[in-house]
Design a protein around this ligand. Structure first.
Ligand code: DGY
Length: 327
């Protein structure tokens, strides 16, 4: 019997890729960079499944190009803002994602960014390498304490809660804002207090963003939000770039409206080299690597492969974004 045909938009770790190769007739885009749009539209033609990365848009045009036999789209990410979910659902195509396995790894990195921004780790390294370290200095590269400070978590889902847990370990006071989940049962054990957005912004020393990207969260952190924040505040974003308005962020950082930002995600990605943000000293920008531990990326690969194979065999996807298709 012939194997189902799938298009894999970029090579994922072997643990998952081997499963895909064994079960499917897999066309794997070999490039380091995502396939160009016209290549995607060409290569999906006639496939039964697509294993996509967050860097490739899966919209109606891609689904049309694939054809009516398309049975599943499996995203190698927990976020799925690259996929038109209503369109997939309308066509009866289940979409898989990779929640859970990357929660702690992502929160670890968000906390690493928080610590690095507060204690100016990246600036300190640059200072040393530039040969500027001449002696111990009483006022050299000072920053705020992390312990005892107030951590504001925007979006109290899995990763937001994992961030709160790390804050608790550093004796931080934790506030959270989550309009979908204002009375989370885990809040008590995490010693986290539910407040409105204005209160999180006004009272937090560190504001960490953990929301999905959708029409409600697009540019949620913009000029108005920065005006409400403390001038000593540090913003951390490991969610999605467009949740923060870059222009407003530049304004806030360069005018001293807030003190620092540490981003793992930007709008667009990669951030253009002529972005004014890259000219600032009070910002750290990482290339979207928060889930990038060896073990986690393997687990994500296995999960993505399992979702793909389940969809190809007409089974319920283990982790499905549009589970109503199976109800
Ligand atoms: C995700 O999974 O959505 C992250 O952004 C990448 O791991």
């Amino acid at each position: 019997m012939s194997k189902p045909k799938v298009f894999v938009t970029r090579a994922i770790p072997e643990k998952g890729l081997d499963m895909v190769k064994e079960f499917c007739d897999a066309d794997i885009w070999p490039g380091e960079l995502p396939p160009p749009r016209e290549v995607v539209l060409e290569r999906v033609r006639g496939v039964d499944g697509i294993l996509s990365l967050l860097t490739t848009k899966m919209d109606a045009a891609v689904m049309d190009a694939a054809g009516p036999q398309l049975k599943v789209i499996s995203n190698y990410a927990v976020g799925f803002d690259n996929i038109d979910i209503p369109e997939a659902t309308k066509r009866g195509i289940p979409v898989g994602n990779t929640p859970g396995v990357l929660t702690d790894t992502t929160a670890d990195f968000a906390f690493a960014l928080l610590m690095s921004a507060a204690r100016r780790v990246v600036e300190a390294d640059k200072y040393t390498r530039a040969g500027k370290w001449q002696t111990w200095g009483p006022k050299l590269l000072l920053g705020p304490d992390v312990h005892g400070a107030t951590l504001g978590v925007i979006g109290f889902g899995r990763i937001g809660k994992a961030m709160a847990k790390r804050g608790l370990g550093f004796d931080m006071k934790v506030l959270y804002f989550d309009p979908v989940n204002p009375n989370d049962p885990d809040a008590e054990s995490l010693n986290a207090t539910s407040v409105d957005l204005d209160t999180v912004l006004a009272e937090s020393d560190f504001v960490s963003v953990h929301t999905p990207l959708n029409k409600h969260t697009h540019h949620l952190i913009s000029t108005d939000a920065f005006k409400k924040m403390k001038s000593s505040a540090i913003l951390i974003n490991t969610a999605r770039g467009p949740v923060v308005d870059n222009q407003a962020l530049y304004q806030a950082l360069s005018s001293g409206e807030i003190a620092y930002a540490a981003l793992d995600v930007t709008e667009p990605e990669p951030i253009p080299l002529d972005s004014p943000l890259l000219g600032l000293d009070n910002i750290i920008i990482a290339p979207h690597i928060a889930s990038g531990s060896l073990a986690t990326r393997d687990k994500m690969a296995v999960m993505a492969a399992e979702n793909l194979i389940a969809g190809l065999t007409g089974k319920r996807l283990p982790t499905c974004v549009n589970p109503e298709l199976f109800d």
